[in-house]
Design a protein around this ligand. Structure first.
Ligand code: ATP
Ligand code: MG
Length: 197
């Protein structure tokens, strides 16, 4: 067998394997997707999926649990395309350390999140930076897990943020842990509009 034949045989085997696993996946339902870890790319992945979703004509909704210092490029675009955003208003910043105010703000925006999670018109619901709300006990863990679990069957939920709690990882169908190998910021490069927010 020459090099080309060997390659062809290997590729054929690989294709058979892939075809078999594609044939095996027959369940049709929405999924829970957790994107966690310390590397860059969690929120951008979540927003990418929302874009993918509305590009196919489905509806999506977004809850942002931590409002950054900067305006969010994705929000500017997606709101123009009919995607509702619930954004944690006052309260939460990393600096205030006012726990009561943070809890009040988290609880308020969670009421919006709960509505999205109960509404079958939304094909995808993005809960951006929600991991912290559970990690710090700002929200009732069981209530959040139940709302996700009891969502409409065809709805998918994406949860982003570092340090996802074990219960969230356990209930998820897909968990991606994004590893921080290096980040420009650590080399002194400023966060860039259009890239970092
Ligand atoms: P992105 O929004 O770019 O997908 P992310 O959601 O994975 O990032 P967060 O932890 O939410 O990351 O951080 C938000 C901001 O911090 C972004 O501007 C991002 O570029 C920056 N950032 C993300 N990871 C790191 C890192 N490992 N070191 C320094 N800055 C980071
Ligand atoms: Mg993020």
């Amino acid at each position: 067998m020459n090099e080309q034949e060997r390659h062809k045989k290997k590729a054929q085997k690989q294709k058979e394997k892939v075809d078999a696993s594609v044939a095996k996946a027959q369940i049709e339902r929405g999924i829970v997707l957790v994107i966690t870890g310390n590397g860059k790319g969690k929120s951008t992945s979540g927003f990418g999926t929302v874009t993918r979703c509305i590009g196919h004509g489905y509806k999506a909704a977004v809850v942002q649990f931590i409002k950054g210092k900067w305006d969010c490029g994705e929000r500017n675009l997606l709101e123009q395309n009919g995607v509702p955003f619930a954004v944690m208003g006052t309260g939460f910043t990393w600096d205030t350390q006012d726990r009561a105010a943070d809890i009040a703000a988290a609880t308020e925006v969670w009421q919006e999140g709960k509505k999205f999670l109960a509404d079958p018109q939304y094909h995808v619901v993005l809960l951006d930076e929600m991991t912290y709300m559970l990690g710090y006990d700002y929200l009732d863990k069981q209530e959040v897990l139940d709302a996700i679990k009891n969502r409409p069957e065809n709805q998918s939920v994406i949860i982003t943020g570092r340090g996802a709690i074990r219960e969230l990882r356990d209930m998820a169908d897909t968990v991606s842990e994004i590893k921080d190998e290096k980040h420009a910021f650590k080399a002194g490069i400023k966060a860039r509009q259009g890239v970092d927010w």
